[in-house]
Design a protein around this ligand. Structure first.
Ligand SMILES: [Zn+2]
Length: 60
């Protein structure tokens, strides 16, 4: 599970493993391709370590 700022709907979405359609290797690590809740195909690195711990947005 990861959070991703969608480039289509501009929302930070929670992405579940069931939404991931592909994982490809890159120099920086694995890149996941998945379908956002809005239906847009997105991709993001599967890097848990650099997940912006200090930029957490508290949804109201
Ligand atoms: Zn989206």
């Amino acid at each position: 599970m990861l959070t991703h700022l969608c480039t289509s709907c501009s929302k930070r979405q929670l992405i579940f493993p069931s939404q991931i359609t592909a994982v490809t290797g890159a120099e920086t690590g694995p890149i996941a391709t998945f379908t956002c809740w809005c239906g847009s195909e997105q991709s993001a690195p599967l890097g848990w370590a650099d997940a912006e711990p200090r930029k957490r947005v508290l949804a109201a």
